[in-house]
Design a protein around this ligand. Structure first.
Ligand code: DQQ
Length: 608
């Protein structure tokens, strides 16, 4: 079953659009670079099938309304600019063309190319997060489960550790943790890919055939097609992110055959002031169960809610909202307008962008991938020869307790990497306490900790009435109830430490507020690193009795899951002393009141 690859180009470009089935498909097969299997040949033999390699049809894209929102004009301009530059004419393969070299030179590429050995910075490379062997990676693209394998594609620069010359990298796995890297899947070998093969999605058709949609010529406010969903009128629909003025929006196109497309009159959704919506995602979640739902499960609104996510180009954060998709009006309405796209909930309050979900039919779950960029400098990335990781894939379900947020949790397959375990129970942390956890040092850890919610109601001390802001003082603040939590990747003398903690305060309105922060401000002695303290406040009533954290620590990344996944925070950290067995874990309480730690479990994690 050959996948169909579709590049999105506008009306004015379609005259030149390739019908790629024969021409490009042949090129790919001839060069054999779509799938190349250096080892474990038997396991992945499936993908050597020429059928799988061939490309499909180019889309006939009717951008009727694009003119109205000035996108066509912008595209026209960028097209002319591209074509007027000698040396930018596309050729067939990214590996050995003048085009790729020309393009690369635009970005002042360093000379880290395939075959060269990696420079040092070994302590910063992750051991069980998804990373290509070298060079730049950004957005997750087209994740899917196909013929018994999870496929993961990603925006990738095969030539350097900075963005540019964008292709689709490709890896396969049977468990979403152990990955087998394949050759590039999509390369800019056509004129409309002159800016690179940008982000997109995969849709598995009812007959099992995958369709891959991506964006061709970039630099327009129109990109990143979603997975398609099928409605009862027999038409497939996709959403595409766009912008009109400063209003971010999601356009919808419909098709019966993935070749002929009509722009729907109504937008799926729009929010003034949010700017360009990148990497829109749109999918149903069950109101009744914990299974994930296929993207086409749009009917039966009494049983499903819809999630709409946009990655805001303006601040590089992924915002989602929960609401109702009207199959009559073909529009989405958020349940709570004050928490609409860009105004309220984020998947992650740290370094996490351009995310994408997919439905995993094998385990009936919806899985979220997100890109965690570096927090060091571009020069550091060039020196280390790589940039970016993907966060651990997370399952997503509606929080049935609140009905108003999602719960995210690392996929259960991650547990297979858990090794030696340290357990501590019922430790009272007095105000100012700092307690090293013996036997738990290391830079690859999975940590679960639960604190008893303190008895805030009956306290006989003057209470703080303030909003806690993570960035104002970080973990060094001194409060009544907090900051308290964990230090990870902490050096012997604590000159390096990454703190993840709670801080409880009483709002002026008399309600208790729980703030959770990930403080990377003291994570490294190195210079030129982003030291933002990330965090958010969450609704936890004192009656819930407990506060919990799960931390996934992998050398240069700390992923935090708060209160069983109500909120997540991802930090990128670069300790220089607190590495390997010199990286310690401590419990701490910087508040004046005691905090009871209930259970602490720490697993050493194996390499993937
Ligand atoms: N990255 C891609 C675009 C997308 C952006 C280009 C988001 O398609 O909008 O690499 O990070």
């Amino acid at each position: 079953m050959a996948p169909v690859i579709i590049s999105f180009v506008s009306d004015m470009e379609r005259q030149n659009c390739r019908v790629a089935e024969n021409e490009a498909g042949k090129v790919l097969e001839d060069e054999g670079y779509y799938v190349q299997i250096p080892d474990k040949k038997a396991d992945y033999a499936e993908f050597e099938n020429p059928e799988f390699r061939s490309l499909g049809n180019c889309i006939r894209f009717r951008s009727i309304f694009l003119t109205a929102i000035c996108i066509a004009l912008i595209m026209c301009l960028s097209l002319l600019i591209c074509l007027s530059q000698p040396g930018l004419a596309p050729s067939k393969s990214v590996k050995d063309t003048a085009w790729s070299k020309q393009s690369a030179s635009k970005f002042l590429m360093p000379s880290i190319i395939k075959g060269e050995s990696l420079p040092s910075f070994a302590d910063e490379r992750t051991s069980f997060h998804f990373q290509p062997e070298r060079n730049w990676m950004n957005d997750p693209n087209g994740p899917m489960f196909y013929k018994g394998y999870y496929h993961f594609f990603y925006q990738y620069n095969p030539d350097a550790a900075v963005w540019g010359n964008i292709t689709w990298g490709h890896s396969v796995s049977t468990d979403l943790i152990h990955w087998h890297h394949l050759e590039l899947a999509l390369v800019p070998d056509q004129w409309y890919d002159v800016e690179g093969v940008w982000s997109g999605s995969a849709t598995i058709l009812p007959d099992g055939k995958p369709v891959i949609l991506y964006t061709g010529i970039g630099h327009t406010d129109f990109r990143d097609p979603t997975t398609a969903w099928l409605e009862s009128d027999g038409l497939w629909r996709i959403a595409i992110g766009a912008k009109e003025g400063t209003t971010g929006l999601a356009l919808v196109y419909k098709t019966s055959d993935f070749l002929n497309w009509t722009l729907q009159r109504s937008f799926l959704h729009q929010i003034a002031g949010t700017g360009m919506w990148e990497c829109v995602d749109f999918y149903p979640v069950s109101l009744t169960g914990t299974n994930g739902l296929d993207t086409s499960k749009v009917q039966g609104n009494q049983l499903v809610k819809h999630v709409l996510k946009a990655s805001l180009g303006s601040n590089k954060h992924d915002y989602y909202t929960i609401g109702t998709y009207s199959t009559d009006l073909k529009t989405f309405v958020a349940d709570d307008p004050t928490r609409d796209v860009g105004l309220g909930l984020r998947y992650d309050y740290g370094k996490f962008y351009a995310s994408k979900t997919f439905y995993d039919p094998a385990q009936e779950r919806r899985i979220l991938w997100g890109w965690a960029n570096e927090s060091d400098s571009q020069l550091d990335d060039i020196k280390k020869g790589w940039a970016s990781v993907q966060t651990i894939p997370r399952t997503l379900v509606l929080d049935h307790h609140t009905g108003s947020n999602l719960l995210q949790w690392p996929i259960s397959e991650l547990d297979s990497l858990r090794g030696d375990k340290v357990v501590k129970q019922d430790i009272l942390l007095d105000g100012g306490a700092m307690l090293k956890v013996d036997g738990a040092s290391g830079a690859q850890l999975d940590i679960e900790v639960t604190f008893k919610y303190p008895d805030v109601q009956t306290l006989d001390v003057p209470l703080e009435q303030k909003e806690c802001v993570c960035s104002q003082g970080g973990a060094a603040q001194r409060g009544v109830f907090g900051p308290f939590g964990l230090l990870v990747l902490a050096a012997d003398d604590l000159v390096e430490q990454t703190a993840v903690y709670f801080y409880l305060t009483l709002r002026p309105n008399g309600k208790w507020m729980t703030t959770v922060c990930s403080d990377q401000s003291r994570s490294s002695l190195a210079k030129g690193i982003d030291r933002t303290v990330y965090g958010t406040s969450i609704n936890i009533a004192p009656t819930e009795n407990f506060l919990s954290l799960r931390l996934i620590v992998d050398h240069s990344i700390v992923e935090t899951f708060v209160q069983q996944g109500i909120a997540c925070i991802t930090s990128r950290v670069y300790p220089t002393l607190a590495v390997e067995r010199d990286a310690h874990v401590l419990l701490f309480n910087n508040g004046s009141e005691s905090i009871a730690m209930h259970t602490l479990e720490i697993w050493q994690m194996s390499n993937a």
